[in-house]
Design a binder for this molecule. Structure first.
Ligand code: GCO
Ligand code: MG
Length: 403
């Protein structure tokens, strides 16, 4: 028995908001878990402090599976982004503690390394096709083997995914939601030109990816997938919203462009049909929003049976603690595909000292016991919470468009 005696929720904003759960055991061993839900941070803080922490205190930190089952199966109000993010934080912190007790990095507890490192993709974006490709050239020079390309759409004043600060792109850009303008015809016309030019300049020995951010209907996504086929994308991401999972049948019937989705999924139930019917190629669910390492491991095993590989979300709104957890997971599973890697700012890296390192297009979680990521609480306290929202999109006629 390794009794949990404290669980503290820490909020910090070193450039953007992060929520971290720090669990302490009676032996003084601590573990950290990411609890950041972009634009909804304080809801998770309350969920943890007001509802979960009181029944976490006194439990055995070693019983990771039982604690997971207690909070998921034992709960009348199951699932949803807030509860699953809170549960993920508990789960990650417990894996961190178990690794520290064992004196092993978490990937060893998950079955050991299946590969030498974790191939990551970086983000190249710009207002014009030329700007985007110039950014991609820089990523190639840094050693990246996979690059996501996003570009502004002519005629639209701003486009989500195209940032001012290139290396440290921040999606939550306003203290109230910014309103972007969207036009599907303009986007569908422009995007294939980006990839045509990209292949010309970057060649064929680099993986190219693209994120649609749920902006298309299934038949529009089918059209885009077809138009992108000559450029052999690694994946087309979030082509259409997926509450109705059978929508992906329509896209799948029409195109061989590989499909990825799942960064907003919270459990296996959000993608059971997508996986079972082999409607996607990559599942993007990640530790912090899908119940932690414990649940993600099950999801990946299920995906493996259906030839679906992983591509964990790794934007800047997932803290370095989540990145650490993702890397241990990525290294240890057979059906890993790729890991997203948007770099954190130096301020964020200083608040979260970590053992993971980047070299030759790959990240490695390092050999520190546990997750290998910590939080400098004194430094964190210097950056108080600042309200920030993700933008929304309206069509040219003013009506709301899908996120
Ligand atoms: C991605 C994303 C991000 C998200 C952001 C929301 O693929 O990295 O789509 O840009 O929108 O993480 O919180
Ligand atoms: Mg995305």
């Amino acid at each position: 028995m390794l009794k949990i005696i404290d669980a503290k929720v820490i909020v910090t904003c070193p450039g953007r908001n992060f929520v971290t759960l720090k669990i302490t055991t009676e032996d003084g061993i601590t573990g950290v878990g990411d609890a950041t839900l972009n634009g909804r941070e304080l809801s998770v803080v309350s969920f943890l402090r007001d509802h979960m922490v009181p029944s976490l205190i006194g439990r055995d930190a070693h019983q990771i599976e039982d604690i997971w089952q207690f909070f998921y199966r034992g709960s009348y109000w199951r699932g949803g982004p807030v509860a699953m993010t809170a549960l993920a934080a508990v789960d990650m912190a417990l894996w961190d503690i178990k690794g520290k007790v064992a004196g092993l990095p978490v990937y060893q507890l998950l079955g050991g390394a299946c590969r030498t490192g974790v191939t990551v993709y970086g983000h190249a974006n710009g207002e014009t096709i030329e700007d985007t490709i110039a950014e991609a050239v820089k990523y190639k020079a840094m050693g990246y083997k996979a690059i996501r390309l996003q570009t502004g759409v002519p005629g639209l004043p701003s486009t989500y995914g195209v940032s001012k600060d290139k290396m440290f792109y921040e999606p939550a850009d306003g203290s109230l939601p910014t309103e972007n303008v969207w036009s599907t015809p303009a986007y569908l016309k422009h995007t294939p030109k980006l990839f045509e030019k990209a292949r010309e300049v970057l060649g064929w020995d680099v993986h190219l990816l693209h994120d649609v951010h749920h902006r298309l209907t299934p038949i529009e996504a089918a059209r885009l997938g077809k138009d992108l086929e000559p450029y052999r994308l690694f994946w087309m991401e979030d082509a259409t919203p997926a509450e109705n999972q059978s929508s992906f049948r329509i896209i799948r019937q029409h195109t061989t462009t590989p499909l990825a989705i799942g960064e907003i999924f919270n459990s296996i139930w959000d993608c059971k049909q997508l996986i079972e019917e082999q409607l996607i190629d990559y599942i993007r669910a990640t530790a912090v929003h899908a119940g932690g390492i414990t649940h993600l491991k099950k999801l990946a095993s299920f995906a493996d049976l259906h030839h679906v590989r992983t591509g964990c979300h790794g934007a800047t709104d997932l803290s370095p603690v989540c990145m650490g957890a993702a890397l241990h997971f990525d290294l240890s599973i057979p059906n890993f595909g790729v890991q997203e890697y948007m770099r954190h700012t130096p301020e964020t890296d200083a608040v979260f000292p970590h053992a993971y390192t980047f070299s030759d297009g790959m990240l490695h979680p390092g050999e520190a016991p546990g997750l290998g990521v910590d939080i400098d609480e004194a430094l964190a306290a210097k950056y108080p919470y600042k309200r920030a929202y993700l933008p929304v999109a309206r069509r040219l006629d003013g009506s709301m468009h899908d996120w």
